[in-house]
Design a protein around this ligand. Structure first.
Ligand code: DGJ
Length: 708
């Protein structure tokens, strides 16, 4: 039931408080952090600042969506107009709806004739707060244009550094940390997907925050299209953060009575550094995303993918030969990647013609699927539904189905065009096509790819349409999920170009990067796991030399890196030497043995000197753990520093085993023998640490700890 608006609201769970200040016309996120015992009106008045020289007597607050009508001089959070009139938006709070962890505040603006609703949802157990904004056109005649809608918050002034998630194709999820300077730091992503170089994640830190200590605020926008994230130091000394969709003029038009809903902005707080954030992100994602899907669609069978094995050269004999080999390695799901459909001999043609190519598979996919089933494997298939090649039957029949800019030649990337999902006929054709594939075959998993940025995003009505495109994609995915709830869908966009909490509502695996180079993967996986839990992370053992970097790595290193996610293989396993085949099967068996722990445990980074990486995955009750040490470069000292474990119970004893690699060099063998009979107290392992053997660059050790 709606109530009149109080001066402030205090949402809290056992560890966290959120204070929403409603004393002015618009809500302000006054505080989000460690739990406060109580909040009262006089404490709240502490949030106000005295009149600053040469400024307004009452400073315009950094409200949830600052508007021009509030007299706010920073970057606005909400801008609307009706063909350049009624733009001086100044909403006033009118109603509140609140329950234990939720608050919904409604405001109205008679000048612009709009209703704005701000929603706050605090996670019941973790320090994760979800914000969203909706805007309704109250006019019964006139259209409303929204030029900008970005959730905004004032940043606590002790958070002085930010870490962005950047990178490029085949090198995604690279973290870069720097100081917040006295100007605006702006990330604008126009690629039409969440992108390789500007994943919608940002983390704010205190200067001294490290892996396990210090305050941190994680920010993630759950949106797979164009987005903006902005950190701005205002001239008056306050700093603010804004995040929302990035819109072109005219892109968001609301007819009378229509409503816009912003993507969700997730905030995560921790006083225990990045590890504290990671713990909470993972638990929230497991509960709110993964466990809300049908369990069958979140299975994690070890898979073999044909891409780096056969590329476009897939056909019945070669695929059957791989199926055979895969099963003997312990593979549980066989995935037929690109190249299987009508006329797809290379990446210049055939996208859109989603029927099995009879030249390559004269008897269709059934013999392949049956062979998989006979070997105890399920079958998965690659598709790229949003795309079309100019050389395709689909394009010949429907040249008007693609996004384009009027009067400008069509702009191909990877020789393909983007279908205009704002046309209902296109979406219903795509659903029927996917549905025919899924109903005609026993398919447990689809890899949903999207291999280009959207450079020309004009739709059939001549509008700039990324917003509609993204929403239509979500509706299509939802329709597929509803019709085939047991099918697992992986999000892939030339690797990690679409990895965000928007798409994760409908998908249950992410392909973080096209690189299978184990060394590069270590950094990619580190960045990925800051936010996403390991079970979502596709991680494959690729060929050596790596097809993308040309670097060569031992099978032990490649498999030891792929071990930590949803493990797979993406290499021509027909060509493996006997020795590599043996090592790979051992790694797959080890992964299966520990899969529950890897995919359900608490992942934490262990601080190490430069040139090394270490991490640990702990069982929720700390009775078991897997810990890794990876040597990235030639070490500067003969022996690595002692390994100081984290997260164990200080007063318990643990059995410690070196479980990877299976085949050790002589000096490492001694180390393994030394560990064999000993029991180690948790406090020894955490405070004194374990002495380590000599390690070569580009190698990795995995330990297993079990409480006795
Ligand atoms: C890009 C993906 O990231 C690859 O894994 C592969 O599926 C290709 N597309 C196929 O075209």
């Amino acid at each position: 039931m709606s109530q009149s608006v109080r001066d402030f609201y205090h949402l809290n769970n056992d560890s966290t408080s959120v204070v929403i200040d409603c004393r002015r016309n618009q809500p302000v996120l006054g505080y989000f952090g460690n739990r406060l015992v109580t909040v009262n009106a006089s404490m709240l008045s502490q949030l106000d600042r005295h009149e600053a020289p040469a400024s307004l007597p009452i400073e315009p607050a950094i409200s949830l969506t600052p508007t021009i009508g509030e007299g706010f001089l920073g970057h606005l959070g909400l801008e609307v107009h009706r063909s350049a009139t009624q733009w001086s938006l100044a909403p006033k709070l009118t109603e509140a709806n609140t329950s234990q962890f939720n608050l919904e505040l409604t405001s109205r603006c008679p000048v612009s004739d709009v209703e704005v609703t701000h929603q706050f949802t605090l996670d019941p157990t973790h320090s994760v707060l979800c914000l969203s904004v909706s805007v309704r056109n109250l006019s019964d005649q006139a259209t409303l244009f929204i030029d900008n809608c970005a959730a905004t918050l004032q940043l606590p002034d002790h958070l002085t550094e930010l870490e962005e998630v950047t990178g490029r194709w085949a090198n995604e999820f690279q973290n870069q940390r720097h100081a917040i300077t006295r100007s605006a730091y702006v990330r604008e992503n126009w690629t039409g997907r969440s992108s390789h170089h500007m994943n919608p994640t940002l983390t704010l830190f205190e200067k001294t925050t490290c892996a396990s200590h210090g305050d941190a605020l994680g920010v993630h926008l759950g949106w797979s299209g164009n987005h903006q994230i902005r950190v701005e130091s205002l001239a008056d000394g306050r700093q603010m953060l804004q995040a929302g969709e990035l819109l072109r003029p005219g892109e968001l038009e609301l007819g009378p009575g229509e409503e816009y809903e912003s993507p969700r902005l997730y905030l995560c707080h921790s006083s225990h550094g990045q590890n504290g954030l990671t713990r909470q992100w993972h638990q929230m994602i497991r509960r709110e995303f993964i466990s809300k899907q049908r369990p069958a669609s979140t299975r994690r069978p070890v898979q073999l993918n044909t891409w780096e094995a056969l590329y476009f050269g897939v056909d019945q004999p070669s695929v059957l030969a791989l199926v055979d080999q895969a099963a003997s390695l312990g593979i549980e799901r066989f995935v037929l990647d690109d190249g299987w459909f009508l006329g797809r001999t290379d990446d210049r043609r055939a996208l859109g013609d989603w029927v099995v190519d009879p030249k390559k598979f004269p008897n269709g996919l059934t013999p392949i699927i049956e062979a998989c089933h006979e070997k105890g494997m399920e079958f998965g298939l690659w598709i790229e539904p949003e795309m079309v090649s100019q050389k395709s039957k689909l394009f010949e029949t429907h040249p008007d189905w693609v996004l384009r800019h009027e009067g400008v030649p069509l702009n191909e990337a990877r020789q393909q065009l983007v279908l205009d999902l704002s046309q209902p006929a296109v979406v219903s054709h795509l659903f029927d096509t996917i549905s025919s594939l899924l109903s005609a075959h026993s398919i447990g998993y689809i890899k949903w790819d999207m291999n280009r940025d959207i450079h020309q995003a004009g739709n059939a009505e001549g509008r700039h349409a990324p917003h509609q495109q993204t929403r239509a994609l979500y509706r299509l995915l939802n329709q597929v999920k509803k019709a085939y709830p047991e099918v697992s869908i992986e999000t892939c966009a030339s690797g990690g170009g679409r990895a965000d909490l928007g798409i994760l509502e409908y998908t249950s695996r992410v392909w973080p990067s096209d690189t299978n180079d184990a060394l590069d993967r270590l950094r990619v996986q580190r960045g990925f796991q800051n936010l996403f839990p390991s079970e979502l992370m596709g991680s494959h053992v690729g060929p050596s030399p790596c097809h993308i970097t040309g670097r060569q790595h031992s099978m032990a290193f490649r498999a030891g890196v792929a071990f930590w996610g949803h493990m797979g293989v993406e290499a021509d396993v027909r060509q493996l030497s006997d020795a590599d085949r043996q090592v790979l099967s051992e790694a797959i068996a080890l992964h299966k043995h520990h899969r529950e722990l890897i995919h359900g445990g608490t992942y934490q980074v262990v601080d190490r000197p430069a040139g090394e990486q270490a991490w640990i995955v702990l069982a929720p009750d700390h009775s078991e753990a897997l810990a890794a040490l990876a040597m990235l470069e030639t070490p500067s000292t003969p022996f690595p520093n002692r390994y100081r474990f984290i997260g164990l119970d200080a007063d318990r004893y643990y059995e410690l085993k070196l479980v990877w690699p299976g085949d050790l060099r002589p000096k490492q063998k001694n180390h393994k023998d030394e560990l064999s009979d000993a029991h180690w107290s948790g406090d020894w392992l955490m405070s004194v640490g374990l002495s380590l053997p000599i390690l070569q660059p580009e190698s990795l050790l995995i330990y297993h700890l079990k409480a006795v």
